[in-house]
Design a protein around this ligand. Structure first.
Ligand SMILES: CC(C)(COP(=O)(O)OP(=O)(O)OC[C@H]1O[C@@H](n2cnc3c(N)ncnc32)[C@H](O)[C@@H]1OP(=O)(O)O)[C@@H](O)C(=O)NCCC(=O)NCCSC(=O)C[C@@](O)(CC(=O)O)C(=O)O
Ligand SMILES: [Mg+2]
Length: 303
């Protein structure tokens, strides 16, 4: 099995497989993950053309240093067989699998990917699987799905299909998917895979996007799917620790270290108690900052 590199997934930009212009443009934006879509953004009449376009893009214009995924149609759709044949041959970093409901589906897809990898001589096990959780059944089984197969490196919450399956109304505040977001996030944490948040569909509502992304970040998500280039910097910004957050994290570790030397388990900083979980959160902030390319060496802590 291939050794996994860790990839930042703050933003996953969908570019429709039936829009050659968007597919080319998407190469040049700041998203961490580019997702070429063969599923719901492609009408039935364009499925064959989209498959060819995505394959050609991957062969001739694949961006260097960018994590690229291909979203295939679901396991039970009439397009799955051709999609998986072409998508694996395009050798993406990951396949995004829509509408996953059971661990056995992930295992079946992983087995199919392995067969094709072997047939065409690709490194075994390198292509990752990102499972889109977009039904009540998927949410209920998220824990098993997240640990179904070593290829699984992330789960996403996909709110549009999910709310349709729940007979819920999709709102911007997102109360209807609050439980699902938490359930999927906890499943990801239990399995040690990344948790990716819902698409915010109104591309003209920046304030709404900010509120939605702040919520996702506070809940613990690692990133968010986006559909328009305007959404990328906003979302990257939320999932990259700010200077203020980094500075606070450094001060927490400083206080912990001083406490340790003085033989204390809990110390205070700015009047608040600092103990083990706060130290852990500070370490997470610094790990996220390093992953985002922020250099921490020699950084001074200023109150
Ligand atoms: C919404 C719109 C049509 C608007 O386009 P418009 O062209 O009107 O927008 P403009 O503002 O005019 O664009 C300004 C400039 O940006 C360029 N530009 C725009 N979008 C770009 C882009 N994506 N990539 C690269 N470039 C782009 C454009 O070409 C122009 O370039 P230029 O002319 O040079 O200035 C377009 O964005 C778009 O197609 N988005 C992706 C839609 C999609 O993939 N949906 C499926 C995934 S969600 C789903 O399935 C639900 C889910 O499954 C989710 C889950 O599972 O996670 C669930 O259940 O919840
Ligand atoms: Mg969907």
């Amino acid at each position: 099995m291939a050794e996994r590199e860790i990839h930042l997934k703050r933003t996953g930009l969908y570019a429709s497989g039936c829009s050659p212009v968007n597919m080319i443009q998407a190469v040049f934006y700041n998203e961490d993950m580019l997702v070429y879509d063969l599923e719901d953004s492609v009408p039935a009449s364009e499925k064959d053309a989209a498959r060819i376009l995505v394959y050609q893009m991957m062969k001739h214009h694949r961006p260097r240093d960018k994590y690229v995924a291909i979203r295939v149609n679901g396991l039970y759709s009439e397009y799955f067989e051709e999609d998986i044949q072409v998508a694996v041959r395009a050798n993406p970093d990951a396949l995004r699998i829509p509408k996953v409901e059971y661990a056995r589906e992930v295992q079946e897809i992983s087995r199919r990917v392995a067969e094709i990898e072997e047939k065409i001589g690709l490194e075994a096990g390198k292509i990752e699987l990102i499972c889109n959780i977009e039904s009540y059944m998927g949410v209920l089984n998220a824990r098993e799905i997240a640990s179904a197969d070593p290829r699984v490196t992330a789960l996403t919450v996909s709110a549009e299909d999910l709310t349709a399956s729940m007979k819920a109304q999709r709102t911007k505040k997102g109360l209807e998917v609050f439980y699902a977001r938490n359930a999927v996030l906890l499943a990801c944490r239990a399995a040690g895979v990344d948790a990716l948040d819902v698409v915010f569909s109104d591309i003209n509502d920046e304030e709404g996007l900010r509120e939605d992304t702040a919520l996702a970040k506070n809940l613990g998500f690692d990133g968010k799917s986006v559909i328009h280039p305007r959404q990328i910097d906003v979302v990257n910004g939320f999932f990259t620790p700010s200077q203020k957050e980094i500075n606070y994290a450094l001060r927490v570790l400083d206080a912990v270290e001083k406490g340790r030397k003085a033989g204390k388990g809990a110390v205070t900083l700015d009047g608040s108690m600092i103990d083990k979980p706060i130290e852990l959160r500070a370490r997470t902030t610094l790990a996220q900052a390093r992953a985002a390319g922020i250099k921490l060496d020699g950084m001074v802590t200023i109150k």
